[in-house]
Design a protein around this ligand. Structure first.
Ligand SMILES: Nc1ncnc2c1ncn2[C@@H]1O[C@H](COP(=O)(O)OP(=O)(O)OP(=O)(O)O)[C@@H](O)[C@H]1O
Ligand SMILES: [Mg+2]
Length: 250
């Protein structure tokens, strides 16, 4: 066991009587890519929404670097070092790639959009933005409006925006969802690169091959509960996991 980064204990969420998440516990270590899988509606995105402070939990505990973060606001949690992307991409469609990333820098300090652009057009920050844009493979699109770019590139923008906040933990909600094989493979290379830089990753992913390739450890959710945790080999041969997936296929 490496250094503990995130500890989720008995985490639950109810929406109008529906248990979207039911007593889920797991831990993530520094430097790992932990896979989170499960059929549609299993509670994966809800888990991210609780950890990133978008929704209040109905019960349980979330500790990041040994400190409880439950009840904190999303911007407080992101300042502590937890970044995230969303299942449905949402860059600023009418801004170019560079400005999208620049705004993310400003967001650490200013909530308003325009507030966060002006003060941050400093040479040092522009240089950092440039490095991020290169590092995430966005250089060719730098001056293009987000709305004119394909989904695979928009997903890169989202990752660049999350990285601008200098996270130590990145929550990625189905980064390869909706992408063609080629785009998806390129995005996985980017995730591996991010991980190599020492950033820990929680990866929600539908594509089994992708999860099995990237993750040494996987947590499986079904109907809000954790039904399994282990190595790709263990998960692949776990009867409960097979049942959960087969049961959904009809
Ligand atoms: N804001 C909400 N209000 C009411 N119900 C919600 C809300 N968010 C999620 N749910 C419900 O909670 C359950 C879990 O949803 P969630 O989005 O976490 O699943 P998921 O594992 O991310 O699924 P998918 O693979 O389809 O993205 C579902 O039944 C969903 O309808
Ligand atoms: Mg989801």
């Amino acid at each position: 066991m490496g250094i503990l980064l995130l500890k989720v204990t008995g985490l639950s969420k109810e929406f109008d009587g529906l248990r979207a998440l039911d007593q889920v516990s797991f831990a993530a270590e520094e430097g790992e890519i932990l896979g989170i899988i499960g059929p549609n509606g299993a509670g994966k995105t809800t888990l991210f929404n609780l950890v990133s402070g978008i929704y209040p939990a109905s019960g349980g505990e979330v500790a990041f670097q040994g400190k409880s973060i439950l009840g904190m606001k999303p911007h407080q949690i992101s300042r502590l070092g937890i970044g995230r992307t969303f299942q449905i991409v949402r860059p600023f469609q009418n801004l170019d790639v560079e400005t999208n990333v620049l705004v993310a820098y400003g967001h650490r300090f200013y909530p308003g959009l325009w507030n966060s652009i002006g003060p941050f057009q400093r040479p040092d920050i522009l240089r950092e933005v440039g490095m991020l844009i290169e590092g995430t493979g966005l250089e060719p699109y730098r001056k293009q409006l987000a709305k004119n770019l394909p989904l695979g590139i928009k997903k890169r923008i989202e990752i660049a925006r999350a990285l601008a906040l200098k996270p130590s933990l990145l929550l990625l909600d189905e980064p390869s969802g909706g992408l063609r094989f080629e785009e998806s493979a390129q995005l996985m290379d980017l995730i591996r690169k991010v991980s190599d830089q020492g950033i820990s990753v929680l990866l929600i992913e539908h594509n089994m091959q992708v999860v099995m390739d990237l993750c040494k450890r996987i947590v499986v959710l079904d109907h809000g509960s954790k039904i399994a945790e282990g190595s790709p080999e263990e998960i692949r041969s776990n009867p409960q996991v097979i049942e959960a997936y087969l049961g959904k296929e009809d």
